[in-house]
Design a binder for this molecule. Structure first.
Ligand code: MG
Length: 254
């Protein structure tokens, strides 16, 4: 009897081993055509065909109106300042603003300018922020000759990831952020099954390299991972007379 049991075990182990073995690699082709892929053909995008922005982008702000935006407080009209130069400046204590549309994964372009008259220290100097899906903040801050905790400085993923380098232009000049955001995924029970990721180029320089989000970017406490779907893009009113301005905001849905 003992022999039979041992025999069955050995046979099962052998079978399971055979099942997990990978098939032998195919013979490497010698014809260059064997490794060519012709379809599907990528869609054509005109890089500047939509009033200077990519033809498949949604223009969120071109300096002329706030039609794509609302107050985060009451979903009412935006109260930020519309400037003559095609930018908007945070109107202090009027609250964050957010897109009326909700987004999943996106490529987002925007430009921001710190306030040269803001001489406050640390986190109080031209603090704003770009929130993906209303939850994940890429920090906006004037860090020129102004130190703070590195996972809270400009181009950080707030309280999670310091930027790879400091790539800001001088205070008062326009910075660009090009952000590639992949939204986190949750299963039907609300458990996160895939982390979100953020890549950021500041002024064309890589500052966040496919960073895997730990959850929401909290001021106090640990990141949270409550399930959610598409959500607005939000710009922060830090409520300390930051004077930060934004312009030329567009987004491509991925
Ligand atoms: Mg901020």
């Amino acid at each position: 009897m003992k022999k039979i049991i041992i025999c069955v075990f050995v046979s099962l182990a052998f079978l399971s081993c055979q099942q997990t073995q990978k098939p032998k690699a195919e013979v490497e082709p010698t014809d260059p055509k064997a490794t060519e892929i012709w379809k599907p053909i990528p869609l054509k995008v005109d890089p500047t065909g939509n009033n200077g922005v990519p033809s498949d982008a949604i223009i969120l702000f071109d300096g002329s109106h706030f039609d794509e935006w609302e107050s985060s407080i009451d979903q009412g009209p935006v109260q930020w300042i519309l400037n003559d130069d095609g930018s908007t400046t945070v109107k202090d204590k009027t609250g964050d603003i957010q897109t009326k549309r909700s987004f999943g994964s996106v490529q987002l372009h925007l430009e921001w300018r710190s306030n040269p008259d803001n001489k406050a220290k640390g986190q109080a100097r031209s603090n704003s922020g770009v929130f993906l899906q209303n939850r994940y903040e890429v920090q906006v801050l004037d860090n020129n000759e102004n130190s703070t905790y590195v996972n809270g400085q400009a181009a950080s993923i707030y309280k999670q990831s310091a930027p790879l380098v400091m790539a800001a232009v001088p205070t008062g000049e326009w910075n660009t952020y090009d952000i590639i955001f992949r939204a986190p995924e949750f299963d039907a029970k609300g458990t996160k099954i895939k982390s979100g990721t953020i890549t950021v180029l500041q002024n064309g320089i890589l500052v966040q390299d496919h960073f895997e989000l730990q959850g929401t970017t909290e001021y106090i406490g640990w990141p949270k991972n409550k399930a959610h779907g598409p959500a607005p893009i939000k710009l922060q009113d830090h409520q300390d007379q930051s004077g930060v301005s934004y312009r030329n905001i567009w987004v491509r849905e991925l």
